[in-house]
Design a protein around this ligand. Sequence first.
Ligand code: MG
Length: 204
Amino acid sequence: MRQDSKAPSDAIVLFDGTNLDAFVNKSWKIVDGAMVVGKKSQQTVQKFKGDLQIHLEFNFPESKKTSQGRNNSGLFLMGRYEVQILDCFKNVTYADGMTGAIYGQQPPQVNACLPQNTWQTYDIIWTAPVFKDGKVVKKAAVTLIHNGVLLQNNTEYKWPSTHKKLNTYKPHAAEAPLKFQDHGNPVKFRNIWVREINKPEPAE
Ligand code: MG
Protein backbone atom coordinates (compact mmCIF):
# COMPACT_ATOMS: atom_id res chain seq x y z
CA MET A 1 0.00 0.00 0.00
CA ARG A 2 2.99 2.29 -0.09
CA GLN A 3 2.80 5.03 -2.62
CA ASP A 4 5.01 4.24 -5.63
CA SER A 5 5.00 0.59 -4.51
CA LYS A 6 6.17 -1.86 -7.16
CA ALA A 7 3.69 -4.21 -8.73
CA PRO A 8 3.85 -7.80 -7.42
CA SER A 9 5.51 -10.27 -9.78
CA ASP A 10 2.19 -11.91 -10.73
CA ALA A 11 0.39 -8.64 -11.47
CA ILE A 12 -0.76 -7.46 -14.87
CA VAL A 13 0.85 -4.04 -15.14
CA LEU A 14 -1.48 -1.66 -16.97
CA PHE A 15 0.54 1.51 -16.58
CA ASP A 16 4.12 1.92 -15.42
CA GLY A 17 4.63 5.46 -16.66
CA THR A 18 6.24 4.57 -19.98
CA ASN A 19 3.43 3.84 -22.46
CA LEU A 20 -0.33 3.59 -23.03
CA ASP A 21 -0.23 0.18 -24.74
CA ALA A 22 -2.74 -1.27 -22.27
CA PHE A 23 -5.27 1.50 -22.97
CA VAL A 24 -7.60 2.25 -25.86
CA ASN A 25 -7.97 6.05 -25.76
CA LYS A 26 -4.78 7.71 -26.93
CA SER A 27 -6.14 11.23 -26.23
CA TRP A 28 -5.05 10.57 -22.67
CA LYS A 29 -1.38 11.60 -22.59
CA ILE A 30 1.64 10.70 -20.53
CA VAL A 31 3.09 13.72 -18.73
CA ASP A 32 6.05 13.22 -16.41
CA GLY A 33 5.30 9.51 -16.03
CA ALA A 34 1.60 10.04 -15.29
CA MET A 35 -1.42 9.28 -17.48
CA VAL A 36 -3.57 12.42 -17.65
CA VAL A 37 -7.31 12.40 -18.35
CA GLY A 38 -8.00 13.40 -21.95
CA LYS A 39 -11.11 13.50 -24.07
CA LYS A 40 -13.78 10.92 -23.25
CA SER A 41 -13.44 7.94 -20.99
CA GLN A 42 -10.49 5.59 -20.98
CA GLN A 43 -10.61 1.82 -20.95
CA THR A 44 -8.23 -1.08 -20.89
CA VAL A 45 -7.57 -3.11 -24.01
CA GLN A 46 -7.69 -6.24 -21.90
CA LYS A 47 -10.92 -7.57 -20.50
CA PHE A 48 -10.84 -9.09 -17.05
CA LYS A 49 -12.84 -11.98 -15.69
CA GLY A 50 -13.84 -12.70 -12.14
CA ASP A 51 -12.55 -11.15 -8.96
CA LEU A 52 -9.66 -8.72 -9.02
CA GLN A 53 -7.14 -6.95 -6.86
CA ILE A 54 -6.44 -3.51 -8.30
CA HIS A 55 -3.88 -0.91 -7.33
CA LEU A 56 -3.79 2.59 -8.76
CA GLU A 57 -2.45 5.97 -7.77
CA PHE A 58 -3.93 9.35 -8.58
CA ASN A 59 -2.94 12.96 -8.16
CA PHE A 60 -5.19 16.02 -8.31
CA PRO A 61 -3.91 19.19 -9.98
CA GLU A 62 -4.64 22.59 -8.49
CA SER A 63 -8.33 23.45 -8.78
CA LYS A 64 -10.60 25.85 -6.96
CA LYS A 65 -13.79 24.38 -8.37
CA THR A 66 -16.33 23.10 -5.87
CA SER A 67 -18.28 19.94 -5.10
CA GLN A 68 -18.40 17.49 -8.05
CA GLY A 69 -16.50 19.96 -10.24
CA ARG A 70 -13.22 19.52 -8.38
CA ASN A 71 -11.03 16.87 -9.95
CA ASN A 72 -13.76 14.37 -10.68
CA SER A 73 -12.95 11.03 -12.28
CA GLY A 74 -13.84 7.47 -11.39
CA LEU A 75 -12.97 3.85 -11.89
CA PHE A 76 -15.66 1.67 -13.41
CA LEU A 77 -15.21 -2.00 -12.56
CA MET A 78 -16.34 -4.15 -15.48
CA GLY A 79 -17.02 -0.80 -17.16
CA ARG A 80 -20.23 -0.44 -15.12
CA TYR A 81 -19.70 -0.29 -11.39
CA GLU A 82 -18.14 2.99 -10.31
CA VAL A 83 -15.82 3.73 -7.47
CA GLN A 84 -15.80 7.51 -7.29
CA ILE A 85 -12.59 9.48 -7.60
CA LEU A 86 -13.02 13.11 -6.49
CA ASP A 87 -10.86 15.72 -4.79
CA CYS A 88 -12.58 15.86 -1.40
CA PHE A 89 -9.77 17.54 0.54
CA LYS A 90 -11.60 20.52 2.08
CA ASN A 91 -14.28 20.17 -0.59
CA VAL A 92 -17.83 19.46 0.51
CA THR A 93 -20.15 17.45 -1.72
CA TYR A 94 -23.03 15.01 -1.25
CA ALA A 95 -22.08 11.94 0.76
CA ASP A 96 -22.58 9.28 -1.90
CA GLY A 97 -20.57 11.34 -4.38
CA MET A 98 -17.43 11.60 -2.22
CA THR A 99 -14.07 10.01 -2.89
CA GLY A 100 -14.43 6.29 -2.44
CA ALA A 101 -18.21 6.35 -2.65
CA ILE A 102 -20.03 3.71 -4.58
CA TYR A 103 -21.38 6.54 -6.63
CA GLY A 104 -25.03 7.30 -5.96
CA GLN A 105 -25.39 4.37 -3.58
CA GLN A 106 -23.03 4.22 -0.62
CA PRO A 107 -20.84 6.92 0.95
CA PRO A 108 -17.30 6.01 2.09
CA GLN A 109 -16.81 5.25 5.79
CA VAL A 110 -14.42 8.20 6.13
CA ASN A 111 -12.75 10.91 4.07
CA ALA A 112 -9.08 9.99 3.62
CA CYS A 113 -8.24 12.53 0.91
CA LEU A 114 -4.86 14.21 0.76
CA PRO A 115 -4.19 17.71 -0.66
CA GLN A 116 -3.80 18.55 -4.32
CA ASN A 117 -0.46 17.69 -5.97
CA THR A 118 -0.03 14.65 -3.69
CA TRP A 119 0.04 11.06 -4.93
CA GLN A 120 -2.75 8.98 -3.38
CA THR A 121 -3.43 5.27 -3.52
CA TYR A 122 -6.46 3.08 -4.10
CA ASP A 123 -6.22 -0.61 -3.27
CA ILE A 124 -9.34 -2.44 -4.35
CA ILE A 125 -10.68 -5.96 -3.96
CA TRP A 126 -13.40 -6.46 -6.54
CA THR A 127 -15.94 -9.26 -6.37
CA ALA A 128 -17.66 -9.75 -9.70
CA PRO A 129 -21.41 -10.32 -9.89
CA VAL A 130 -22.73 -13.76 -10.76
CA PHE A 131 -25.70 -14.26 -13.03
CA LYS A 132 -27.78 -17.37 -13.54
CA ASP A 133 -30.81 -17.90 -15.75
CA GLY A 134 -31.00 -14.19 -16.56
CA LYS A 135 -30.90 -13.09 -12.92
CA VAL A 136 -28.23 -11.86 -10.56
CA VAL A 137 -27.55 -14.54 -7.93
CA LYS A 138 -24.60 -12.76 -6.34
CA LYS A 139 -24.28 -8.98 -6.48
CA ALA A 140 -21.02 -7.20 -7.21
CA ALA A 141 -19.08 -5.99 -4.18
CA VAL A 142 -16.03 -3.91 -3.46
CA THR A 143 -13.51 -3.42 -0.69
CA LEU A 144 -11.63 -0.15 -1.03
CA ILE A 145 -8.59 1.13 0.84
CA HIS A 146 -7.63 4.76 0.18
CA ASN A 147 -4.20 5.88 1.36
CA GLY A 148 -4.16 2.90 3.73
CA VAL A 149 -7.61 3.63 5.18
CA LEU A 150 -10.64 1.37 4.69
CA LEU A 151 -13.52 3.17 2.95
CA GLN A 152 -15.65 0.27 1.72
CA ASN A 153 -15.72 -3.15 3.37
CA ASN A 154 -17.06 -5.67 0.89
CA THR A 155 -19.92 -3.30 0.08
CA GLU A 156 -22.47 -4.62 -2.39
CA TYR A 157 -23.57 -2.68 -5.44
CA LYS A 158 -27.34 -2.31 -5.47
CA TRP A 159 -27.11 -2.07 -9.27
CA PRO A 160 -24.71 -0.91 -11.99
CA SER A 161 -23.82 2.77 -11.48
CA THR A 162 -26.21 5.46 -12.58
CA HIS A 163 -26.65 9.20 -12.02
CA LYS A 164 -29.76 10.11 -9.99
CA LYS A 165 -31.62 7.02 -11.15
CA LEU A 166 -32.53 3.63 -9.81
CA ASN A 167 -31.41 0.68 -11.89
CA THR A 168 -31.47 -3.10 -11.91
CA TYR A 169 -28.93 -5.80 -12.64
CA LYS A 170 -28.98 -7.15 -16.15
CA PRO A 171 -26.83 -10.07 -17.21
CA HIS A 172 -23.63 -9.03 -18.98
CA ALA A 173 -20.46 -10.64 -20.24
CA ALA A 174 -18.25 -12.23 -17.59
CA GLU A 175 -15.23 -10.46 -19.08
CA ALA A 176 -15.08 -6.69 -19.25
CA PRO A 177 -12.50 -3.88 -19.35
CA LEU A 178 -11.74 -1.41 -16.58
CA LYS A 179 -12.92 2.09 -17.42
CA PHE A 180 -11.68 5.44 -16.19
CA GLN A 181 -14.03 8.41 -16.24
CA ASP A 182 -13.43 11.68 -18.07
CA HIS A 183 -15.33 14.34 -16.16
CA GLY A 184 -13.47 17.25 -17.77
CA ASN A 185 -10.71 17.46 -15.15
CA PRO A 186 -7.01 16.63 -15.81
CA VAL A 187 -6.61 14.08 -13.01
CA LYS A 188 -3.30 12.18 -13.17
CA PHE A 189 -2.85 8.42 -12.73
CA ARG A 190 0.19 6.21 -12.28
CA ASN A 191 1.28 2.75 -11.15
CA ILE A 192 -1.84 0.85 -12.21
CA TRP A 193 -1.84 -2.92 -11.87
CA VAL A 194 -4.31 -5.75 -11.55
CA ARG A 195 -4.20 -9.28 -10.17
CA GLU A 196 -6.81 -11.78 -11.26
CA ILE A 197 -7.79 -13.56 -8.07
CA ASN A 198 -8.18 -17.30 -8.34
CA LYS A 199 -10.59 -18.64 -5.84
CA PRO A 200 -9.72 -21.92 -4.17
CA GLU A 201 -11.92 -24.80 -5.23
CA PRO A 202 -14.55 -25.57 -2.58
CA ALA A 203 -13.75 -28.64 -0.46
CA GLU A 204 -15.61 -31.80 -1.34
MG1 MG B 1 -16.87 10.38 -11.05
